[in-house]
Design a protein around this ligand. Structure first.
Ligand code: GLU
Length: 903
């Protein structure tokens, strides 16, 4: 091939006879296997010599000299350059290799030959800087965008995508220079950024597995375009190239990669492209035009940036040269490496190039955009298209321009994006993980408890919610149960999650739906949708059971002791009155007031009367006889005072006792719970409620947490169901802190339970999904729609009330009784009983008195007992007879006569 190029050059030179235009020699230093570059050079040369020459009336023909540098012959590059210089070259293009370039770059600088570089050269500025330290002029130009400009584009992209944590995978240290601005944007110790260098070994899977284990989702991959497929297929094998991953490829050649080789791609892959596809198409059209004889066809989508840069460099050079040549003929002379003689044309050309700011050249528009250089010869203006991979094809989603480096102009509206996402959901089957806890999810009747998946096995709110979402997007779903039946708790020791969260992190499910609370800690591990239900922690407790009042309820206001003391006091006081009255002379009275000098005095305070006085006063009725002496009055007065206080206390307490059953539970709030120790309280062991109490700053709740933690036996339960059972069985001795929505359901189901107090906090249940899930926005929108349409409310009604079969509480009756104020017979029944018993005893005593009286008459009158009894009874029953003879014998005779008349 080298021989071919030299022959080609000799041929061109031969053509450049005095009557023919002179040959303008340029040197290209290419790597091996640079067929496309060669084709670009030949095509451009042909185009210039055949078309542009006539169009622009050029007085030279382009004569390229191509040198291919084998890797093993880098040491020889200086000699090749000296050969080229001896020929008299106007410019040098290349080489592409860093080490070879160092030699050529310094030669170009010292011999003042314009050199055009087309590769990523992080050391370019250093060398150019060395040059400018001695000279003001620059002779090296690099068409590859300057590292600082390119890295700004990546930094903006990362920021606009809102990546807070990501992993940088890079092949060599140059990659980190390319990403310097991305790294600068972060705080130096940001732990959320991880760096992984790919080793020299072809197997990168161990590194990728580590990245998978770290849970990284956003990845910046800096590698050669040719290595990308190999790297990504390894990543795919270890599940680092999944639906939830987002990749940013930094290679400017990434658009040439055929991603179909990776099979089905669900990953979000973004790349940047520098070449304007329209311009490429036109230019390639021209190439095909000039190469129609050689029938060479270049797939225009496979043009790599280095070829484009080479083409653009040639365009830049030839345009600048012909402009200057037309002003004043350029003089290109052979040079020698031995003499270090500087070129005669280089200074003029190099000074002119930065001023050109070329947007259109002799070969048309530059394929890689306008060509502007800074004082070091670095390319500074840059326009990049941001492309996204969609079904193994790229489409432009934004434009980044170095003029406005801090923003990306989006070419896709958010409405378009939403539509696309909806389209993606069509026909998709979601794997939904959940746990059994009615009414959110329960097994259908007759389903064995070993069944762990399948939509036909379960029913509940969660299933209906998913059904509603899928009706909107025409998607499908399959429910399965989480094996450990946990919600999701992080263990700081093992640094592992359990339950539903773990299932999502392991990518075993796309969504988790149940009574799963959105918490800050969980949000760090997975994403949550908007809440589909709002709730707060509250207290589940038993209703105070109204026991039927007992018969002697009226005795309750005073304790048994008090009653006994009162009876004793009653008897003792009666006796004291009796004794005091006997001692007190004022109580000895004249029985016949008409007789001023009676022979005897009488005392009315016999035992019977004493007891009657004390009884009358305790019953608040008074007595027809009252003491007259000071001491007896003193005793009576003190007794009255005692009864006044006792009766007042009794009355007041009686009212309290009779209304007590209508009062609510003994605890009204969390503060009440915290302030006592009799009623134990607990919550679900590893749930959001426990986290709330553990992490709270509120003193009362913290105090409650300490009480819960130190309680023995443990007050924590492994499921809400167990908590509910404990509240029921402990009958007021245990309260369960639970989420209000679940309390509502349990209260509907168990009439003896009640929610006590207000909510302690406000939070929501959300649908959990792996971080970065592309369907998150769609799920959010579906929830909002269902909320606005009232479907969420209807679902709640359905599962909390209609389907809550155990709901047997007769609320109406309860509330009626509750609102009633009157006392029932049960409350005052005992009083009636006392009355009846009292009356019965009175009747018995009356009968005894009567019989005693009959016996007395029979004894005194010497009449048969039976006869007296009958006569006295007949008289007593004759209710019209209101008078009775004082002498019992008269009554007896009267009866005998009456009897005789009757015979
Ligand atoms: N919904 C809670 C959670 O997601 C479980 C119930 C509770 O902690 O009260 O962890």
């Amino acid at each position: 091939m080298a021989t071919f190029s030299i022959l080609f050059l000799i041929l061109l030179e031969a053509c450049a006879s005095p009557e023919n235009p002179k040959a303008l020699k340029v040197a290209f230093f290419l790597n091996e296997n640079a067929a496309l570059d060669e084709l670009a050079i030949t095509s451009a040369t042909n185009y210039i010599n055949n078309y542009a020459a006539t169009q622009y009336a050029l007085n030279f023909v382009l004569a390229p000299r191509i040198y291919r540098i084998k890797k093993s012959e880098i040491y020889n590059v200086g000699n090749l350059a000296c050969d080229a210089l001896r020929e008299g070259i106007a410019a040098i293009f290349g080489p592409e290799n860093g080490e070879a370039n160092e030699i050529i770059q310094s030669m170009a600088l010292s011999l003042e030959i314009p050199q055009f570089q087309t590769f990523w050269n992080p050391n370019f500025a250093t060398y150019a800087g060395l040059g400018t330290a001695n000279k003001k002029e620059i002779f090296n130009f690099n068409l590859y965008p300057s590292p600082s400009v390119l890295s700004k584009a990546f930094a903006t992209l990362v920021r606009e995508n809102d990546w807070r944590s990501y992993t940088i995978i890079y092949e060599n240290d140059d990659g980190l220079v390319r990403l310097q601005e991305v790294l600068k944007a972060l705080s130096p110790n940001n732990p959320l950024v991880t760096y992984r260098k790919l080793g020299p070994e072809p197997d990168h899977r161990p590194v990728f597995k580590e990245i998978v284990a770290s849970g990284a989702l956003h990845i910046i991959l800096d590698c050669e375009a040719d290595h990308t497929i190999d790297i990504l297929s390894q990543a795919k094998e270890v599940k680092l190239f999944e639906e939830y991953h987002t990749y940013l490829l930094t290679s400017l050649d990434a658009y040439t990669i055929d991603f179909r080789q990776l099979g089905e791609i669900k990953t979000n892959v973004s790349i940047v492209r520098m070449l304007d596809q329209k311009v490429v198409d036109t230019v390639i059209g021209n190439w095909e035009l000039v190469d129609s004889e050689r029938k060479l066809k270049i797939p225009n989508k496979l043009i790599k940036v280095k070829t484009a840069f080479l083409f653009d460099a040639l365009n830049l050079f030839i345009t600048a040269y012909s402009n200057l040549d037309q002003e004043q003929e350029m003089d290109v002379r052979p040079q020698s490496c031995d003499t270090n003689e500087i070129s005669s044309h280089g200074y003029r050309l190099s000074a002119f190039i930065p001023l050109l700011n070329m947007t259109k050249g002799m070969l048309g528009e530059p394929i890689s955009g306008s060509l502007n250089f800074n004082s070091l010869g670095q390319r500074v203006s840059l326009k990049l298209e941001v492309l996204e991979l969609r079904k193994d094809e790229f489409r432009v989603t934004g434009i980044w321009d170095s003029g406005t480096p801090h923003s990306i102009y989006s070419t896709i509206t958010s409405a378009d994006r939403e539509k696309e996402l909806e389209q993606q959901l069509k026909g998709r089957t979601f794997r939904v993980v959940s746990r059994i806890y009615p009414p959110y999810l329960s097994r259908k009747p007759g389903i064995d408890s070993s069944v762990m998946s399948g939509n036909n096995a379960f029913e509940g709110y969660a299933m209906d919610l998913m059904k509603g979402i899928c009706e909107l997007y025409e998607c499908n779903y399959v429910f399965e149960l989480v094996p450990d039946n946990n919600y999701g708790k992080y263990d700081p020791k093992t640094k592992e999650w359990n339950g539903l969260i773990r299932h999502l992190l392991d990518r075993k499910a796309d969504l988790a739906i149940c009574d799963l609370t959105t918490t800050y800690e969980r949000r760090k591990a997975v994403d949550f949708s908007n809440p589909f239900m709002t709730l707060g922690i509250s207290i589940l407790y038993t209703k105070i059971v109204k026991e039927p009042p007992d018969l002697l309820a009226f005795t309750n206001p005073l304790s048994l002791h008090v009653w006994l003391y009162m009876v004793t006091a009653y008897m003792v006081i009666s006796m004291i009155i009796f004794l005091v009255a006997r001692l007190n002379p004022n109580e000895w009275e004249n029985p016949h007031p008409c007789n001023p000098n009676p022979e005897e005095l009488e005392n009315i305070w016999n035992i019977k009367n004493c007891f009657w006085l004390t009884l009358g006063s305790i019953m608040q009725q008074g007595c027809d006889i009252l003491p007259k002496g000071i001491s007896t009055r003193m005793v009576a007065g003190m007794w009255w005072f005692f009864t006044l206080i006792m009766i007042s206390c009794y009355t007041a307490n009686l009212a309290a006792f009779l209304t007590q059953s209508r009062m609510g539970p003994t605890i009204q709030s969390a503060e009440d719970l915290a302030a006592q120790t009799k009623i134990k309280y607990g919550c679900l062991k590893d749930g959001a409620t426990a986290s709330f109490f553990r992490d709270t700053n509120v003193t009362t709740y913290h105090k409650m947490w300490v009480a819960m933690e130190t309680a023995d036996p443990s007050v924590f339960e492994t499921s809400n169901d167990d908590g509910v059972k404990r509240v029921i069985s402990k009958k007021g001795k245990y309260a369960f802190l639970m989420e209000s929505s679940s309390i509502e359901y349990e209260v509907e189901k168990h009439c003896e339970l009640v929610q006590v107090g207000n909510r302690l906090d406000t939070k929501g249940y959300g649908i959990a999904m792996p971080t970065n899930a592309p369907y998150r926005t769609s799920i959010n929108q579906a929830i909002l729609k269902m909320q606005e349409m009232g479907r969420l409310q209807r679902l709640k009604e359905k599962w909390w009330k209609e389907k809550n079969k155990a709901n047997t509480c007769k609320k109406d009756e309860d509330s009626k009784t509750d609102s009633a104020n009157e006392l029932s017979l049960a409350h005052v029944g005992g009083v009636f009983v006392v009355l009846v018993v009292g009356m019965s005893i009175a009747m018995v005593i009356a009968v005894c008195e009567f019989l005693w009286h009959v016996r007395k008459i029979a004894v005194t009158q010497h009449v048969a007992l039976k006869e007296v009894f009958l006569k006295e009874l007949r008289f007593a029953m004759d209710i019209w007879c209101r008078q009775k003879p004082a002498n019992p014998a008269a009554n007896l005779n009267l009866s005998r006569e009456t009897l005789r008349q009757g015979d």
